[in-house]
Design a protein around this ligand. Structure first.
Ligand SMILES: [Mg+2]
Length: 413
């Protein structure tokens, strides 16, 4: 029996590592927002429920059974599921439920690595004497979440985070799945390739076109063949996963927790669209640095200096970490919009943007719809062009003739 102590990390969160025994739990609430709605309104129970109007934020299992997925356009969802009940999201109710669930997590084990509002990894190694086998702990955890918070939660148990995560997903809804160390390949190989972290729609289609539908096919094919189909990075990554090797590196040393860029504007009045164009430029630059460093951020900070040398910041923390330029830009523009009255009154002389709450991309990507070919196509295409032809090769239309700005010393973070 080996018991491991989690390595301390930059973020202060424990980083749970692979070990010899299956003692990592991945606990994940089922259709979280929709379950909270069904819990709070008995009329919604047993019925297809969609949370969110324009875009589906969550769907109950009754709606998922008819093909509703997140994120999906609301109109498309209703065509699939015309009798769905659409409810507006109640974020404060979800935040409260999340807090209560995490309290159950922390009462289960001191080592909890939160991944998002509704899921976490729990390390239960070393609890055998006081709390029993991991499987007993998982049974109890599910019962307590149901009893104390009223929500169904699925739990996967394995030796690595990757397998624990796949196990909880396979067990849904309201399930429990243990993957014993000597049964990992038996568990993994019959699964569809889509279960592998990193296989999104586009990669799945490419693999299907080559007759590869199961993880076992991919494993038997070997890395060189995969490389010719998917390229070296994805081949190495997916081949390792297909043999149950979790590729995430062990955390070593401290890395920086924020990155920033700013631009001095001089003292003459700038029209709002010009200020926004500078914000685009800063966002592009930081997004590139973020992705080049394999990091993701959760908090976007807008920094401003005014004509009278006073300063102000506005910040927003995203529900999930991202390295996606459009997401960062949308957040930055919202922050800028809220500061517009202040800017008009006091005159802006410097605009800066900082991305904070940085994490290693590979530590959190399990929760993202990660598909290097699909979701981030634009970002990675632009990054490649800039890498090959220099940073001015591609620029946003709004920045033509303005340049991306001069670098000035950063305001202290
Ligand atoms: Mg969930």
């Amino acid at each position: 029996m080996s018991e491991t102590t989690p390595a301390p990390t930059r973020s202060g969160r424990p980083r749970i590592e692979a070990r010899a025994e299956a003692s990592i739990l991945h606990a994940d609430l089922d259709s979280f927002y929709a379950s909270v709605e069904q819990r709070d309104d008995p009329r919604l129970r047993g019925r297809p429920v969609i949370v969110g109007g324009g875009v589906v934020l969550a769907a109950s299992y009754e709606a998922k059974a008819l093909g509703v997925r997140t994120p999906m356009n609301g109109g498309a969802a209703l065509r699939l599921c015309p009798h769905a009940i659409v409810v507006q999201p109640r974020m404060s109710a979800y935040a409260e439920a999340s807090k209560a669930v995490f309290e159950v997590f922390r009462n289960t084990t001191p080592i909890v690595e939160g991944i998002s509002i509704d899921e976490a990894f729990l390390d239960v190694s070393g609890l055998r004497r006081i709390a029993g086998e991991p499987i007993d702990i998982a049974h109890r955890l599910r019962a307590e979440v149901l009893e104390q918070v009223g929500l169904p939660i699925s739990v996967g148990i394995a030796r690595t985070k990757f397998l624990a995560k796949v196990a909880s997903a396979v067990s849904k809804p309201d399930g429990l799945r243990l993957v014993p160390p000597d049964g990992e390949l038996d568990f993994l190989h019959p699964l569809p390739v889509e279960r592998l972290w990193g296989v999104g729609e586009v990669t799945a289609r490419t693999l299907h076109d080559h007759g590869i539908t199961r993880v076992g096919h991919l494993a038997e094919l070997g890395e060189p063949v995969l490389r010719s189909i998917l390229g070296p990075g994805a081949a190495r990554h997916l081949f390792a996963l297909s043999w149950a090797r979790d590729p995430r590196r062990v955390e070593t040393g401290r890395r920086r927790r924020s990155i920033g860029a700013q631009r001095a504007l001089g003292r003459h009045l700038r029209p709002p669209d010009e200020i926004e164009a500078y914000l685009h430029g800063l966002t592009d630059r930081l997004g590139r640095r973020l992705r080049a460093a394999d990091r993701v951020c959760r908090t976007v900070v807008l920094r401003m200096r005014f004509d009278d040398f006073t300063r102000a910041t506005r910040s927003h923390t995203l529900p999930e970490a991202t390295d996606h330029t459009e997401t960062i830009l949308r957040t930055a523009r919202t922050l800028l919009a809220t500061a517009t009255p202040m800017i008009q009154e006091r005159g802006l002389t410097l605009i800066g943007l900082a991305l904070t709450n940085l994490e290693d991309a590979d530590a959190v990507q399990l929760t993202l719809p990660f598909d290097p070919h699909a979701t981030n196509t634009l970002d990675s295409t632009l990054d490649n062009l800039r890498q090959r032809f220099g940073s001015t090769a591609v620029t946003r239309a709004a920045l033509i003739n303005r340049g991306e700005g001069i670098s000035v010393p950063l305001l202290p973070d």
